[in-house]
Design a binder for this molecule. Structure first.
Ligand code: HEC
Ligand code: HEC
Ligand code: HEC
Length: 126
């Protein structure tokens, strides 16, 4: 649980900057363009995901980083691959951009993540 919110300020600053430079992705994702929009179910029941997705991610991190098991079901990359939306040109819009899947809900909930300073916010294609 160390340094959980340490980089959130940095991230907020970055988002602010990007906004100022006009490369903001605010809600640019086209409605219905995520793979998830065409599916009925998440990796676990929706009610569970709503409340417990961070535990799933924590668990996944634990087994990957500490036990060296790479199971892709609950990987962060998997979440992004399925939930990322595309802009009008068909390019993926970062999941942590304002108004996008992960960010919109976290802003509302007041949760901030430092995950994306290291982890990709778009599919990396591998
Ligand atoms: C293969 C596609 C897929 C993957 C991978 C996936 N999801 Fe989902 N997710 C969905 C779908 C589809 C729904 C909507 C289910 C519904 O309508 O009930 C959903 C719903 C959710 C919800 C609830 C959203 C809401 O509005 O209440 C959360 C939170 C969530 N996913 C987070 C995650 C996280 C975190 C991961 C990675 C651990 C992940 N998802 C991986 C497809 C996926
Ligand atoms: C300082 C950089 C850094 C930060 C910040 C960070 N991670 Fe990671 N994370 C890593 C590295 C490095 C790995 C190991 C990569 C690998 O083995 O594929 C990893 C692996 C993981 C994995 C397992 C692999 C995967 O893709 O599922 C998960 C899950 C994960 N991190 C989640 C998170 C979450 C959630 C946060 C934010 C709360 C976070 N990480 C913040 C660097 C970071
Ligand atoms: C339905 C709303 C919702 C969606 C969608 C959502 N989250 Fe969350 N998330 C939350 C809430 C609420 C919390 C704070 C829970 C708490 O602190 O008890 C949270 C917390 C987290 C945490 C733990 C933060 C920490 O530092 O402990 C991680 C990691 C996380 N979310 C990842 C994701 C990712 C990745 C996505 C997109 C794939 C996502 N979430 C989408 C509502 C959501």
């Amino acid at each position: 649980m160390k340094g959980k919110f340490g980089l959130s300020l940095l991230m907020a600053l970055c988002l602010g900057l990007c906004g100022g430079l006009g490369v903001v992705y605010a809600g640019e994702g086209v409605e219905g363009s995520a793979k998830a929009d065409r599916l009925d179910a998440c990796v676990a029941p929706t009610a569970f995901m709503r409340r417990n997705h961070f535990e799933l991610i924590e668990h996944q991190r634990h087994i990957t980083v500490h036990e060296g098991i790479r199971k892709t079901d609950n990987s962060l990359a998997g979440c992004i691959d399925c939930h990322v939306r595309r802009d009008a040109q068909g390019s993926p819009v970062p999941v942590n951009a304002p108004g996008e899947f992960c960010a919109a809900c976290h802003e509302y909930a007041g949760a901030s993540l430092d995950c994306f300073t290291c982890h990709a916010t778009k599919p990396t294609g591998n």
